[in-house]
Design a protein around this ligand. Structure first.
Ligand SMILES: NC(=O)c1ccc[n+]([C@@H]2O[C@H](COP(=O)([O-])OP(=O)(O)OC[C@H]3O[C@@H](n4cnc5c(N)ncnc54)[C@H](OP(=O)(O)O)[C@@H]3O)[C@@H](O)[C@H]2O)c1
Length: 326
């Protein structure tokens, strides 16, 4: 089968098409014929080893000390179940599925195997696979931060710092679906897009510092890596939560050490890949409450161009790679 491989860390040019052996499903695994995968910040970090400050060693431990341990990227994929292992009972050949292997990767290929107990779910009937593929990375991260770590509730006032990216564009829609009032920040060319996703108020982060506005929030979710507790603590209501999805080590340590009053909190951490979250996101999508924002699609063979575009300032939301039949 065809796969995009990378054998060394570096710029998008390290990605190249190759022919590799098609995987066979083990007893508890599902073999998926992939229709679409995507470019995510996880793929780009694993390709470039460009990690948040203080996490360089962790990156090498995760992705491979000297060279990449897993040659096939692709943190999320969608496709049709081709075959199942002997002990698989949740899925059958022909099922339309989407999956979120995360740092286990594997989506940049014609086929991938994934355990039936990993993050895999039926794709919404109402959504094409080259759209459903982008439900998981941004959606599951936004869901874990807003609902899991942030305990979002109806009526909350929520600020999304960095609302135009993959996580942010999902967070705006999810926060609205949870009944919150959403203020969103983005660069000027992307303000209309975040408004279109449901943000009630928008802030151009290139001319206005959201931390300087008088408004206070129950939840501030930062996806941009620019937030510190020192900067945003005063913008939190009593009991408010600053959710640091993109913090470097120093921001996390600073937030832990900061004196917090009135029950305010700063929360960082990892958003895990869970099948139940994918089912929740698929249900929201079916009910028309969440639709991943897909900026551009590229064929898998142009993965390097897709990475270049993803890393440019032009890109908003998600970039999908379509996998044509071999
Ligand atoms: N903790 C976890 O488990 C977890 C999981 C997934 C992702 N992440 C991390 O979360 C972050 C976001 O991921 P993503 O895929 O959503 O990234 P992304 O698509 O690149 O989005 C980044 C966002 O940050 C904004 N931004 C960039 N520079 C800014 C600045 N100087 N001031 C304000 N906003 C700025 C961008 O807005 P404009 O383009 O409009 O400027 C964009 O909305 C990444 O660092 C990723 O590694 C963490």
């Amino acid at each position: 089968m065809r796969a995009i491989l990378y054998r060394s860390y570096g710029p998008p040019d390290v990605l190249a098409m190759a022919s590799v052996r098609r995987p066979a499903p083990k007893a508890d695994e599902v073999l998926v014929r992939i229709h679409a995968t995507s470019v995510t910040t996880a793929d780009c970090r694993a390709r470039s080893l460009d990690m948040p400050s203080g996490f360089g060693l962790l990156g090498r431990l995760m992705f491979g000390l000297k060279r990449p341990r897993r040659a096939v990227l692709g943190a999320e994929f969608a496709g049709i179940v081709e075959a199942v292992g002997a002990r698989v009972d949740f899925f059958a050949p022909g099922d339309r599925v989407f999956a979120f292997p995360g740092a286990a990767f594997g989506g940049y290929a014609d086929y991938a195997v994934i355990s039936q107990s990993a993050a895999i779910a039926l794709a919404p009937d109402t959504m094409a696979l080259d759209e459903a593929v982008a439900l998981s990375f941004g959606g599951a991260t936004a869901l874990d931060f807003l609902r899991g770590k942030g305990r979002i509730a109806p009526g909350d006032r929520v600020l999304i710092v960095g609302a135009s990216g993959s996580v942010g564009s999902a967070a705006v829609q999810l926060a609205r679906a949870f009944g919150a009032h959403v203020t969103a920040t983005a660069s000027p060319g992307k303000l209309a897009m975040v408004r279109g996703l449901g943000a009630e108020a928008v802030i151009d982060h290139t001319i206005e510092d959201p931390a300087r506005a008088r408004e206070t929030y129950d939840i501030i979710l930062d996806t941009s890596g620019t937030a510190t507790y020192a900067r945003y603590g005063a913008s939190l209501k009593p009991g408010g939560r600053l959710l640091l999805a993109a913090a470097d080590l120093w921001q996390i340590l600073g937030a832990l050490a900061a004196r917090k009053t009135g029950g305010r909190k700063a929360i960082a951490g990892y958003a895990p890949e869970r099948a139940e979250d994918l089912r929740f996101l698929a249900d929201l999508a079916t009910r028309g409450r969440f639709r991943p924002f897909v900026d551009r699609r590229f064929p898998l063979a142009r993965a390097a161009d897709a990475h270049r575009y993803f890393e440019s300032a032009l890109r908003s939301g998600n970039v999908v790679l379509t996998v044509d039949p071999a």
